[in-house]
Write a protein that binds this ligand. Structure first.
Ligand SMILES: *[C@@H]1O[C@H](CO)[C@@H](O)[C@H](O)[C@H]1NC(C)=O
Length: 346
């Protein structure tokens, strides 16, 4: 056994290694062992480099040849796919309304745009004219988008879910006038909704928390979880109607069958019509909503949701509504729907 100038501290493991190697293959010399180890390291490095190269090549190809939605859906199926109605809730922000109408009238599957108008004065002639002109200009050839103002005498947040008798499509995209989603995002949400037309499908998830089980208390108390709790836990139980698809039957149920006390509560508190709708759909389906990934563009100030007390008011709504229902209908989930073409890494 040779003892080199390795130093005392390394001698022992070195010897053990050589003895083990010698025991396994007495013919294999130390230099051969070293060569083998270097070969292994070299191969691993090569494999990593090759994988990385393939990875970037696929990425480049993917961006070059990413198929467009229209080229993937067979023409006949596309024609059979019915469109949706956009239900825009607006209040005294004509410039935002104009921008929204201009944008959504460009989306392929929009059949009709309904504007929920709750101001004392009816929309001016010039606004009506400007909007219908914008819609006519933008609608795709052959598909004329209908533009309707739904005028309301009373100023109530319940107006946004009023039963609409002559609604053509089953699908309703409920949206505020201060957020804009690209047509591809809305189309994706519509596709998801068609797979689950009973549920709410939207872009703005929120959650409810139950008071901690460590806290001893006689009754359940819930908290409203804003976007950061959804971000932190990856969990949600509502999608807000500021940007969500829902079946038109829920407008009927909201207006005619939901307990009157909840509608009164919404009018008096000027808040929580979206939570009321989330409760209604959850109680009907016994299932959570679906969150769809979408790019959001805020075009106006965020209104009351930026006020500090907003969370407390929403927490009160959740507990008061749960008391009316006699139980908590909201169900938690972690599912998020994404466009398979933009998430190519499985
Ligand atoms: C909740 O759903 C149940 C079962 O479908 C129904 O009987 C009940 O009336 C609903 N509750 C409310 C408050 O709508």
């Amino acid at each position: 056994m040779r003892i080199g100038n390795h130093g005392l501290c390394r001698r022992l493991p070195d010897q053990k290694f050589r003895m083990a190697a010698a025991a396994a293959n007495p013919l294999m010399s130390v230099s051969k062992m070293k060569a083998l180890i270097f070969l292994c390291i070299g191969l691993t490095a090569f494999l990593i480099a090759a994988t990385a190269a393939a990875f970037f090549a696929i990425l480049a190809l993917h961006h070059l040849h990413r198929p467009m939605a229209s080229s993937i859906i067979p023409a006949s199926a596309a024609a059979a796919w019915k469109g949706y109605t956009i239900l825009i809730n607006t209040w005294k922000r004509n410039d935002l309304l104009r921008e929204s109408v201009l944008h959504y009238s460009r989306c392929d599957r929009v059949e009709s745009i309904r504007i929920i108008w709750s101001e004392p004065d009816p929309p001016s002639h010039s606004l009506r004219h400007a909007l219908s002109e914008a819609v006519d200009l933008n609608s795709k050839v052959g598909g004329n988008v209908e533009l309707v103002f739904d005028l309301n005498q009373e100023d109530s947040l319940n107006n946004r879910f009023k039963d609409i008798e002559d609604l053509k499509s089953d699908a309703v995209f409920s949206v505020d006038d201060d957020v804009i989603f690209p047509c591809e995002s809305v189309d994706l949400a519509f596709t998801v909704w068609r797979s689950a037309p009973e549920t709410m499908v939207g872009f703005v998830p929120r959650m409810h928390w139950l008071n901690s089980p460590l806290q001893k208390s006689n009754s359940d108390y819930y908290f409203y979880g804003k976007w950061w709790s959804v971000w932190w836990t990856g969990t949600y139980s509502m999608v807000l109607s500021k940007a969500a698809f829902l079946h038109k039957k829920y407008l009927h149920l909201y207006t005619n069958q939901m307990p009157q006390s909840i509608r009164t509560y919404v009018t008096q508190n000027r808040n929580c019509e979206d939570i009321a709708m989330a409760f209604l759909v959850a109680n009907e389906t016994g299932a959570p909503p679906i969150w769809v990934k979408g790019r959001i563009r805020e075009i106006g100030s965020t209104g009351i949701s930026s006020l500090g007390s907003h969370g407390e008011a929403r927490t009160r709504c959740i507990n008061d509504f749960a008391a009316v229902y006699g139980h908590m209908p909201l169900a938690l989930t972690n599912v998020k729907a994404v466009d398979g073409r933009s998430s190519w890494l499985w």
